[in-house]
Design a protein around this ligand. Structure first.
Ligand code: ADP
Ligand code: MG
Length: 715
């Protein structure tokens, strides 16, 4: 029956919202739960502070004496904040965050409790991580994985309902030294990018070049649904999305939610959420309603990629936990509701250092403009050469629902530069823009040109990879994904391009070219070989799909089944091994893990489709039919016929789906993936079509599942 659905509506409409309370001023709470340099300076000797500061800022190794002192200070600080436990937190190859808690406590021989936390405990933990998917990287004889503190990412206190845990950001590495996580390759990709960028900048005549780092600012979209509804929807609880549900008569067509007033209950939640982020040193900057009803966005200010990635994982955890406290289920799934906009994560990315600044910012002098053109050209070359890789690193079962649907960037990777910058690149290609032969100064005036472009009206929202004034924005990333995978791919493709540019630039300069002419020669060649990836038109249009395939030679990989095998292609294996970011073995294990995640996700959904259709939807139809009795015979348009037909069609599809799920024999992982992406996903849609038809036929009073209009609009 519909009891749980009606009860949900009753509960929601009769519960008083959590009182808004005045929050503490920002300077009181900012980073108050973080053991950063400020806290270290307060509690360490000058010598010890100098040593740890050097490690934090340059990644230099930490000697064991300093580690002991830092550990002791960290423990005292954490215990003063109520922590009795510590945990090494790490980021396995799935998009999850993992941790294991250990007490500070040890007892001495007379049974008294003392606390202990040494440098070696801080630096190295040994979790029993053997059940994390590792894509056969760890055979059982070497099944131990180690976590090791990443001192460049500060430790912090995670508050729980009745306690506090000192949390230590860590890498996760196998006994034999292979990366089992997403942090190690991210750090390596930064190093590879830095090494190549140093070469290019030296050739450009720069003499004082600080270490380059990548930066990331991620915009996070999410839905909030009252948890009373969620509890009546097994699909939301188990898979994060609705596997059934007819469209609401009112959806997002009025666009009245976008940038509209934030509902009060949500505002109270956001304030609480953001205060928690501030305590953790996460610079929450903007929040607003998103396009779909019930959808919102939070964007912190950008930070260095490694810290941004850790903070992004933490943000998702805090988001879900805080929502729960406010009676919401936070949905990070890319497509919780069919026919309503999905959620993405826009990954804003740039590279720079303290001496040259942001290399993707055109700057104010011709020289800075030339550096900018080279780095921008490197990105163009990278996206063209490794577009399929960028597609592969955002390939998940859930993101497939979003890519390619006309609401999100297409699964074809192209670069948007904006009219004016595109013209600069094309003019260099055709020779229309050239270095004056009389040796006069060239006036590129790029910052003037591009400032104009920052007008949001000029933004192309249909591009998966857009230049937005001083950074690139990778928009096709999934909302529940870690940002690390995309950052690793972008940094690594950039490293590859900058290596190529360094070699080409050196050859030009050795051949006697002046720097501006040498840069133009490099850009010209990039545009000739890779300019096909630059596209400023409507990425949603059918013409673009045709043009991309037929004229531009760009790949369209609509599903994960097509995208994931890219990780095994020779050019991708070569990219990662030549840059030292992932060995062939490490890369192969990633394909296995991502493929396994895909299989598990689809299998859970398929089983649940069968179960919900059989045990919830079919009985609702039958119970309605049983009430019609003799009335039905007197009606001209018999509702019984329509309901019977839809119910029979649904159960016939359920039978086919049940058989499909049982298939176990596949020649390869690839064959298994395509079977799931094609047959199984197709059958799930077939069941759903019949079920959604029934939703329109069976009386509201007996329908068991909360409806779209209820979940999206009742708050
Ligand atoms: P929009 O919605 O217009 O794309 P937002 O202001 O919501 O913009 O988000 C932009 C994100 O990009 C923020 O996280 C911001 O800090 C980040 N960002 C800004 N400049 C850079 C940069 N140079 N490198 C990386 N990220 C940046
Ligand atoms: Mg954006």
């Amino acid at each position: 029956g519909n009891e749980s659905r009606l009860k949900a509506i009753y509960e929601i409409t009769n519960t008083a919202p959590i009182e808004a309370k005045m929050t503490e001023p920002l300077n009181k709470i900012w980073a108050s739960d973080v053991f950063g340099l400020r806290q270290m300076e307060e509690s360490l000797s000058k010598a010890a502070f100098k040593a740890i500061k050097k490690t934090v800022e340059t990644g230099a190794e930490l000697d064991s004496a300093t580690a002991d002192v830092v550990a002791a200070a960290m423990k005292d600080w954490a215990m003063s904040k109520g922590a009795k436990f510590f945990s090494h937190i790490f980021y396995p190859m799935t998009n999850a965050t993992a941790e294991k808690h250990d007490g500070f406590i040890v007892t001495n021989s007379d049974g008294a409790a003392i606390t202990e936390f040494t440098g070696s405990l801080l630096i190295k933990g040994e979790p029993d991580g053997s059940s994390f998917p590792n894509g056969s990287l760890r055979m059982t004889n070497a099944a131990r994985g180690y976590t090791a503190w990443d001192p460049t990412s500060p430790a912090y206190i995670m508050h729980t309902a009745n306690g506090a845990v000192l949390t230590i950001p860590s890498v996760f590495i196998s006994w034999t030294g292979e990366a089992l996580d997403k942090k190690i390759p991210l750090l390596r990709s930064n190093a590879a990018m830095n090494a190549a960028a140093q070469k290019v900048l030296s050739l450009m005549g720069e003499t004082d070049i600080a270490t380059l780092n990548s930066s990331c600012g991620a915009e996070q979209e999410y839905f909030l649904i009252d948890e009373n509804f969620a509890n009546a929807r097994p699909d939301l609880l188990l898979t994060g999305r609705t596997l059934f549900g007819a469209p609401s008569p009112k959806g997002q067509q009025f666009d009245d939610h976008y940038f509209g007033a934030i509902p009060e209950r949500v505002q109270v939640f956001m304030q609480d959420f953001e205060d928690k982020l501030y305590r953790l040193g996460i610079p929450a900057k903007t929040h607003h309603n998103e396009v779909a009803p019930g959808q919102f966005e939070i964007a912190p200010y950008f930070e260095s990629a490694n810290i941004a990635a850790d903070h992004q994982q933490l943000l998702m955890t805090v988001l879900k936990n805080t929502a729960k406290k406010h009676g919401f289920l936070c949905l990070l799934h890319e497509k919780p509701f069919a026919g309503v906009n999905g959620s993405g994560k826009h990954v804003n990315w740039s590279v720079g250092n303290s001496t040259q600044g942001n290399l993707l910012d055109p700057g104010n002098t011709p020289n800075e403009n030339l550096d900018f053109l080279l780095f921008c050209g490197a990105v163009i070359r990278g996206v063209h050469k490794f577009g399929p890789l960028l597609r592969a690193v955002i390939a998940t079962a859930s993101n497939d629902h979003r890519l390619g649907a006309n609401e999100a960037p297409p699964a074809i990777l192209s670069v948007y530069l904006g009219d004016q910058l595109e013209k600069v690149f094309n003019d260099i290609k055709t020779g229309a823009l050239h270095v004056p032969s009389d040796g006069g100064t060239m006036d590129l005036g790029l910052s003037q040109i591009l400032k104009f472009k920052r007008d949001p009206g000029d933004r192309n929202r249909t591009s998966p990879f857009a230049f937005t004034g001083n950074r690139f924005e990778f928009r096709a990333v999934g909302s529940q994904q870690s940002v690390s995978g995309p950052l690793i791919a972008m940094n690594t493709m950039l490293a590859d391009s900058l290596e190529w540019i360094a070699a080409k630039l050196k050859a030009e300069l050795d051949g006697g070219a002046e720097t501006p002419a040498a840069v133009f020669a490099v850009i010209k060649e990039i545009m000739e070989s890779h300019g096909n990836v630059v596209f400023g038109g409507d990425g949603y249009s059918a013409e673009w799909h045709k043009m991309a395939a037929e004229e531009r030679g760009l790949k369209n990989l609509p599903t994960s089944a097509e995208a994931l095998p890219v990780l095994k292609s020779p050019e991708v294996v070569e990219l990662f091994s030549s840059t030292g970011v992932l060995s062939p073995v490490e890369l192969a294990s990633r394909f296995e893990v991502y493929a396994e995640q895909y299989v598990l996700a689809i299998e859970v959904e398929a089983k649940l489709v069968v179960e919900m259709a059989t045990t919830m939807i079919y009985p609702a139809a039958v119970s309605y039919l049983s009430t019609l009795g003799s009335v039905n015979a007197k009606l001209i348009n018999s509702p019984a016929d329509a309901v019977t037909n839809a119910a029979n069609a649904m159960m016939a599809s359920v039978d086919k789906l049940t058989t499909a799920i049982e298939k176990e024999e596949f020649n390869s992982t690839e064959a298994h993936l395509s079977f799931l992406a094609g047959d199984v996903c197709g059958l799930m849609l077939e069941v759903r079509a019949a079920a959604d038809a029934l939703e329109g036929l069976v009386p509201d009073s007996v329908w068991p599942l909360p409806k779209y209009r209820e979940m999206l609009f009742i708050k």
